[in-house]
Design a protein around this ligand. Structure first.
Ligand code: SAH
Ligand code: SF4
Length: 374
């Protein structure tokens, strides 16, 4: 397809390989891709005319056929504890949230991969809203791009640098694989965000075939949303477990670790009286035998209409102690940004569904078909 016929191409959609292919179509050499990545992601430049190391002719051509268009920042909420929540508006009017969490020299950005989520975990606000649509690569990396350049200009923010990215916002990243992978590539790219593979974490509810594919194309750290030590309980909390049960998930995690010794963290949300008893902890120890993962205990973040309560501090500590005594490296996650509904699993409240009913039906149909095919 000719680039001219396709309308303006948003260059935020491309990682290095994508840009190499784009420039090849224009008869340009590979190094243009690196130049463009630096302009877009390091400098935050959106105006081709200002990209002075490109030839005049190329700049004119780019103005005709391409653009660099990130999401609009419509709101920024600072929290009492230093966390910032950003509301970003996409082209179709849908808004998504992402959260910046500064902590002792570290700046973690929590990004979304979908508008909503289809997987309906019973403790998650995003799941309760249902699925709207996948984000494009431009919209995923656009969150990092928009926040990075805003933070640099914002005099009220003391900690300005994004040192870590976690895909723990809205959506299941591995159900949007083709858009997520180029965004991960850009996070790791030396000429874009230059983050180490230990500082980019993809969180998944355990989509096993996509975990396998991810293993082949990316080295990022993995967080697996476990939340229960047996299938009966996990089927209720994380319904996708019926399709990808624990035995297969644990086998996949073993492979993920053995191959290149990647990092895996098991996430375990602490729900009062549901999964937080000492017998659950002992069962978890048995489940994790042979999986050298660390465990992250996440105090449940309540949201309106949620059916669960957060475990008491005593229950969390008791649970943690059973794991630690059995030699499992365990930490309890600090809850941050609760006063602005920016904590884990709370990113859903403000998103506006601007997708037409017809498009929503198409999205739903596609999802059903892909589930049936998978
Ligand atoms: N869909 C992916 C990534 C987004 S959710 C996944 O499920 O892993 C990111 C993390 O937040 C997951 O571990 C998820 O289980 C957790 N989470 C969701 N709702 C939560 C809540 N209300 N309180 C605490 N953690 C929650
Ligand atoms: Fe989706 Fe993750 Fe929420 Fe489950 S926890 S509904 S997979 S976003």
């Amino acid at each position: 397809m000719s680039l001219l016929a396709a309308g303006k191409v948003n260059l935020l959609n491309y990682d290095h390989d994508g840009l190499v292919a784009f420039f090849a179509e224009l008869g340009e050499k590979r190094f243009r891709a690196t130049q463009m990545i630096k302009w877009i992601h390091q400098e935050g430049e959106t105006d081709f005319a200002a990209m002075t190391n490109l030839s005049k002719l190329l700049r004119v051509k780019l103005e005709e056929i391409a653009e660099v268009r990130g999401p609009d920042v419509v709101m920024q909420h600072p929290s009492n504890d230093g966390t910032h929540k950003w509301l970003l508006r996409m082209d179709d009017g849908n808004c998504i949230e992402c959260v910046f969490i500064p902590d002792r020299g570290r700046g973690t950005l929590c990004v979304s991969s979908q508008v909503g989520c289809a997987l309906n975990c019973s403790f998650c606000a995003t799941g309760a809203h249902g699925f709207n649509r996948d984000l494009t690569t431009a919209e995923i990396i656009g969150q990092v791009w928009a926040v990075k350049h805003r933070l640099e200009q914002d005099v009220t923010c003391v900690e300005k640098k994004i040192t870590n990215v976690v895909m723990m916002g809205m959506g299941e990243p591995l159900l949007n694989f083709d858009s997520v992978v180029p965004a991960l590539n850009l996070m790791l790219n030396d000429n874009a965000y230059n983050l180490s593979k230990y500082r980019v974490t993809l969180s998944t509810s355990g989509i096993i075939p996509a975990m396998q594919r991810l293993c082949e194309v990316s080295d990022v750290a993995l967080a697996v949303s476990l939340h229960a030590p047996n299938d009966a309980l996990r089927n209720v909390l994380v319904p996708i477990n019926k399709k990808y049960p624990l035995k297969d998930l644990m086998q996949m995690c073993r492979e993920y670790f053995t191959d290149k010794r990647r990092h895996i963290t098991m996430e375990y949300v602490m729900l009062d009286g549901i999964n937080d008893q000492p017998q659950h902890a002992k069962e978890l120890v048995r489940l994790l035998q042979g999986v050298p993962a660390k465990v992250n205990l996440i105090p449940f973040n309540p949201f309106p209409m949620s059916q669960y309560k957060r475990s008491s501090l005593e229950a969390i500590n008791r649970f943690r102690d059973v794991l630690i005594h059995a030699g499992v490296h365990t930490i309890t996650r600090k809850t941050r940004g609760e006063d602005i509904a920016a904590a884990c699993g709370q990113l859903a409240g403000d998103f506006q569904d601007r997708t037409t009913r017809r498009q929503r039906n198409i999205n739903k149909q596609q999802l059903v078909e892909s589930e049936a095919a998978g």
